[in-house]
Design a protein. Structure first.
Length: 289
């Protein structure tokens, strides 16, 4: 929750080639701006010649002016040290759009956590290719948009969705949205679309994973939250979890158990994304938890 104690906090994410002294350089820069470091996390793929990842959470005095000056100095630093960086403020809530079809379990988990302020976002809209959940969503005061979609209308439907989203959202969550997004759509939100797949990837990609899991007699079922890329169900994985099952489970029983895993996995992934705890590197993620 945002409180008087942490409202003046910022988060800095950095990705750069491993280089001696980079931690000192960043720490000294923050010191120059009178930042008080609250949390510091780092990871390197190889201490000699790998990639270096860093997440720093800190307080800033005279927040607005200090934040702006720090941004300028980070731009200058990036000219000397080749690095990707992102500076975010806890004062500014991220704006999350939710796409959903008919299943409501993942959607409602996000709504409940939003209502209880566990996930601190604004939800400007929910978009669906069905009208089933319209009354429920509007009951929470969230705008609901029905955009039907078929193979013949896919391009037009996505264009309408993009028009609704433009300038109003920072990222998108597919809460069991049973449509495949086009490369054109995905390109508008790189590493900003989170999907929940009802399988422990890379097993059982695509449709009907529970039926195929049942036919294989699996002993574990799971769910995977990942960023969406043009390769179906192969984007960078943010969070996964599993539940042990046995021969007594029917296909429907697997689906019921799987829904519990799906909702928790997606909510956790969204929380980490909102809290800027995820760095994407290639087709992998570094998650500072």
């Amino acid at each position: 929750m945002l409180t008087e104690r942490n409202i003046d906090q910022a988060i800095l994410l950095i990705t750069c080639p491993e280089k001696p002294g980079i931690i000192s350089v960043i720490s000294n820069l923050l010191l120059e701006h009178k930042a008080n470091i609250i949390q510091f996390d780092q990871h390197t793929t190889d201490p000699q010649s790998g990639m270096f990842f860093m997440r720093i959470e800190f307080d800033l005095e005279d927040f607005d002016s200090s934040f702006s000056l720090l941004e300028k100095d980070l731009h200058l630093m990036a000219e000397e040290y080749p690095m990707d960086w992102m500076l975010s403020s806890k004062k500014k809530k991220k704006r999350m759009a939710i796409f959903v079809s008919k299943a409501d379990h993942c959607l409602m988990e996000l709504i409940w956590r939003w209502k209880s302020n566990e996930i601190q976002v604004d939800i400007p809209m929910v978009i669906s290719n069905h009208e089933d959940l319209k009354e429920v969503i509007e009951g929470y005061g969230i705008p609901f948009y029905h955009i039907p979609i078929s193979s013949e209308t896919k391009e037009v439907a996505e264009k309408k969705a993009l028009e609704l989203l433009e300038g109003k959202v920072d990222f998108i969550v597919l809460a069991r949205y049973m449509q495949i997004l086009s490369p054109t759509f995905i390109a508008q939100y790189p590493n900003q679309i989170i999907n929940i797949h009802h399988s422990f990837l890379p097993a059982f990609v695509g449709a009907n994973p529970y039926a195929r899991a049942f036919n294989r007699g699996v002993k574990l079922i799971g769910a995977t939250a990942h960023y969406v890329t043009n390769d179906l169900d192969e984007g960078p994985i943010i969070q996964q979890d599993v539940k042990r099952v046995n021969h007594r489970y029917s296909v429907e029983g697997l689906k019921v158990a799987g829904r519990h895993v799906e909702r928790l996995v997606l909510a956790q992934a969204v929380s980490w994304h909102v809290e800027d705890k995820v760095i994407v590197h290639g087709n992998k993620t570094i998650v500072f938890t």
